[in-house]
Design a protein around this ligand. Structure first.
Ligand code: TMP
Length: 386
């Protein structure tokens, strides 16, 4: 599999590839990639993903900023740290209110965008060493937050140790990532790609935190990224454990996530979706329909390459991100076109690769649908929206 966000300028460019394979630990129940891509190849000054390309994500992070502000409202001069602040989609709200904050961002280009919004950013990777530095050069944090970043960090033990070191005794560590039970339930195997090293559940997260002096105190299911979980952790002396955790963990145990049996159907379900999707697209193509795709998402790299859906079927992928436009999708090499191209060359069918933004996109594309355009949604099963 190629690197999911490595959109290339020339189809003859050499591409790094690796074996995309999942493993499950019978002791701590963590699901993870069996081999990882060198971090600098994934997160660098050419990083293609900007969080602020979606209106619903802007809204989501504004809500989280408000929650952090509320949580720290009684603290005199709180200090908030975000691990992986991307283009400042969340921290800009704290910066605007003059709240002391620091974003740690590994990719220089998105970090620069965050700075442009008045956000304080250090361009580095977060680990124990980085936490020690921040603790020395700044101060301990009241809240440490991470959205779609904690599952990206190969050195997970060092990261959690760093969090425990940097967090105040009464502070909160809050993070959100795609939720493993949602991936299994929706068969959304496109979530499996190089950046997503870990696939968390409450069972695995509570083990990981406990080993490093932190305790899971709450879990909140979220709709974003096709079904995520927000985890709240505190130092082990915390007394305010929410009853949600027990309910969610019981469900995880009922779904057998603590045994290989919980994963046995996943591969068959993936094969079924791939076969259905390829057959649907090939039949439409044979019937003379034009097909494009909507949203050059990172996760589409897995879907398209694993299913063998390439430029012979999909004419182009429309995307609004400037860094992706006029490039080619990793591995399978479908051209990426600006949104204006979708408007001027509307296909009969648009494969919705950004299916997690379905609500926002369907709302935005009312006219496309009204003129007879159709969306093909790949998950949880292949279906067509007219
Ligand atoms: P994500 O699923 O990781 O958030 O990525 C969404 C991708 O889809 C990103 O490249 C931006 C693109 N996109 C569009 O092109 N149009 C849209 O309306 C939305 C919401 C996203």
């Amino acid at each position: 599999m190629p690197i999911a966000n490595n959109f290339i300028s020339d189809i003859n460019d050499e591409e790094y590839t690796f074996d995309l394979e999942l493993g499950w630990c019978p002791e701590c129940y963590l699901v993870q990639l069996m081999s990882s891509v060198p971090t600098q190849l994934m997160f660098n000054s050419d990083y293609a993903y900007f969080s602020s390309t979606s209106e619903s994500m802007k809204h989501h992070f504004q809500g989280m900023a408000e929650e952090i502000i509320h949580l720290t409202s009684k603290i005199n001069e709180p200090f908030i740290v975000e691990v992986g602040c991307n283009d400042g989609i969340l921290l800009k709200h704290l910066a605007e209110k003059g709240i002391d904050h620091l974003g740690i961002e590994a990719s220089a280009n998105v970090a620069e965008h965050a700075r442009g919004k008045g956000v304080n950013v250090v361009n580095t990777f977060f680990n124990l060493e980085c936490a020690e530095k921040i603790s020395d050069e700044y101060r301990s944090a009241d809240v440490i937050y991470g959205a779609n970043t904690i599952c990206h960090v190969d050195e997970i033990e060092s990261l959690i140790k760093g969090i425990a070191l940097l967090l105040k005794d009464d502070g909160y560590f809050i993070f959100e990532d795609p939720y493993l039970p949602e991936i299994l339930q929706k068969t959304s195997f496109d979530q499996i790609y190089d950046e997503h090293i870990f696939y968390f559940s409450g069972l695995s997260v509570s083990n990981l935190l406990r080993k490093n002096g932190l305790q899971l105190v709450n879990m909140k299911p979220l709709e974003v990224h096709g079904g995520s979980m927000r985890y709240y952790a505190r130092k082990t002396n915390a007394a305010d454990i929410n009853s949600n955790i027990k309910k969610l963990m019981e469900q995880e145990t009922k779904n057998r996530l603590d045994s290989l049996a919980g994963y046995s159907q996943f591969k068959n379900n993936i094969t079924e979706i791939c076969t259905n999707l390829r057959t649907t697209l090939q039949n439409l193509k044979k019937a003379g329909s034009t097909i494009a795709a909507y949203g050059a998402t990172s996760k589409s790299t897995t879907l398209l390459n694993y299913s063998g859906i390439g430029p012979d079927i999909i004419n182009y992928i429309s995307d609004t991100t400037p860094t992706k436009i006029d490039k080619y999708s990793p591995g399978i090499h479908i051209p990426i076109k600006p949104y204006s191209h979708f408007i001027s060359n509307p296909p009969d069918y648009a494969l919705l690769l950004a299916w997690n933004h379905k609500k926002e996109i369907i709302e935005k594309e009312k006219q496309y649908l009204a003129k007879g355009g159709k969306f093909i949604i790949p998950f949880p099963e292949v279906r067509i929206i007219q």
